[in-house]
Design a protein around this ligand. Structure first.
Ligand SMILES: C[S@@+](CC[C@H](N)C(=O)[O-])C[C@H]1O[C@@H](n2cnc3c(N)ncnc32)[C@H](O)[C@@H]1O
Length: 417
């Protein structure tokens, strides 16, 4: 592959620099608009070999694993550590604006709700047993290579401090060289750890892992999939005064700051609603806050998450009625006649968005809707469906909770015209 020189024109939505080429745009990770770079290219993808001219917005990365010269390989966790803060914040907001405008939506987009280093309370690591022991870290972009992590400035101090303990537990539980994953969440009480993709361990390995958990401070629970191996403390989250005991490997918003900002937007927009449907509710991040003032019906596919929500409601005084329903909202969205009793709806689907549910909401009479999204592209599609059904967008707020990645979330508040 011959080296070629390119000038970067703009940043793409995945955070790669984009350069023009006769055969179509070329995507060059870790580059910035205005920079001249020497690259090795294969079709539309290229790897930077050297930086010939740097942009004024370029800064030194915070982490030794970042970028093409990263220690142990290129870590796939971060893509934008080399961009100074104000340009970084503007980029994230722009991703949301561009995704909406690709669907013909031109509406007010608020400033980015920002996050920063050390705030991530939840992470999913990649791992593998090798001849030299356990590799634990993040995968390289578009590759199976695992970059062993010695540091990670985005993780919360509690998560970071337990990396050696995670390696120790992996060393005990993992007996093959197959890749595995380990999801970790920092709760109010300690870490909740859940391995996935590993062979069922022998009794001896389970007992050794149990002993290890009991001797390391700060670990609440160890699970493999949804099977609890040991749980010295029931992991607990505090949702504005309501205690929730999440099941293993639960979804929770990745930073507390983003959770507070999103919750505040949802509660404020739906204030005054008598009955609210919380669709894709998980264990009740929004439902439990909304229930301070409104009756709430929480709908979700994950049964254990709904059980946790139910328990939380039963152990808390002073909430309005909360009902739950286990349902696949892709296959069986709530229909207009089922939506009729609600004057407010919040929906917070996975990355695929909620096309089927948006189509039914578009035919409903629900007065106010909040769409929470982790994918601006599918959000654009869902908002355009709601717009065609007669909803107007009051505001869209972009939210950054995956700091230094290209990932951005958004909360859109809508009202029936
Ligand atoms: C982005 S999370 C949001 C959870 C919750 N709103 C929160 O903030 O904690 C998406 C939720 O959708 C649920 N989900 C995924 N597919 C679903 C489906 N087909 N039907 C209903 N819920 C689904 C997941 O289990 C998960 O709880």
């Amino acid at each position: 592959m011959a080296a070629e020189t390119f000038e970067i024109e703009r940043l793409g939505s995945q955070g790669d620099g984009i350069a023009a080429h006769a055969q179509g745009p070329v995507f060059i990770p870790f580059t910035l608009p205005g920079e001249k770079v020497k690259v090795a290219r294969e079709k539309s993808k290229a790897v930077m070999l050297s930086l010939l001219e740097a942009a004024p917005e370029r800064i030194a990365p915070a982490c030794r694993h970042f970028g093409p010269d990263g220690e142990n390989g290129t870590c796939g966790g971060c893509s934008l550590q080399h961009l100074e803060r104000s340009a970084y914040d503007a980029f994230k907001r722009r991703v949301v604006i561009d995704a909406l405008s690709a669907h013909g939506i031109d509406c007010p987009v608020a400033p980015l709700v920002t996050s920063g280093p050390g705030e991530r309370r939840r992470a999913s690591f990649a791992g593998r047993r090798t001849e030299n022991g356990i590799l634990l870290g993040f995968s390289s972009p578009e590759s199976h290579h695992i970059v062993a992590i010695e540091e990670c400035p985005v993780l919360s101090p509690a998560l970071l401090a337990r990396l050696p303990a995670l390696k120790l537990l992996a060393g005990i539980l993992v007996s093959t060289s197959d890749p595995f994953r380990v999801a970790v969440m920092e709760t109010e009480t300690g870490l909740d750890i859940s391995f996935a993709g590993i062979k069922a361990p022998s009794e001896k390995r389970r007992q050794a892992a149990t002993r290890a958990v009991m001797t390391v401070k700060g670990i609440d629970r160890l699970a493999i999939g949804d099977e609890i191996i040991v749980e010295p403390v029931k992991p607990e989250l505090n949702l504005s005064g309501t205690r929730v005991f999440p099941p293993p490997a639960s979804f929770a918003q990745a930073t507390l700051g983003a959770e507070a900002a999103m919750t505040d937007l949802v509660v404020r927009h739906l204030r005054g609603s008598k009955r609210v449907a919380d669709l894709f509710s998980g264990f009740g991040t929004f439902a439990l806050r909304l229930a301070a003032k409104s009756r709430v019906h929480a709908v979700e596919f994950d049964g254990p998450a709904l059980t946790a929500l139910d328990h939380a409601v039963r152990n808390r005084q002073g909430l309005k009625q909360v009902t739950t329903e286990r349902r696949d909202l892709f296959r069986r969205p709530l229909l207009p006649r089922e939506l009729a009793p609600f004057d407010g709806v919040v929906f917070d689907p996975p990355r695929a968005g909620a096309k089927e549910q948006a189509e039914e909401l578009a035919r409903s009479n629900v007065a106010r809707i909040v769409a929470v999204s982790c994918n601006p592209q599918t959000l654009g599609r869902d908002l355009s469906i709601l717009g065609d059904g007669g909803y107007s967008i009051d505001t869209v707020v972009p939210v950054d909770q995956f700091f230094w990645s290209a990932h951005v979330e958004a909360v859109a508040c809508l009202s029936r015209k």
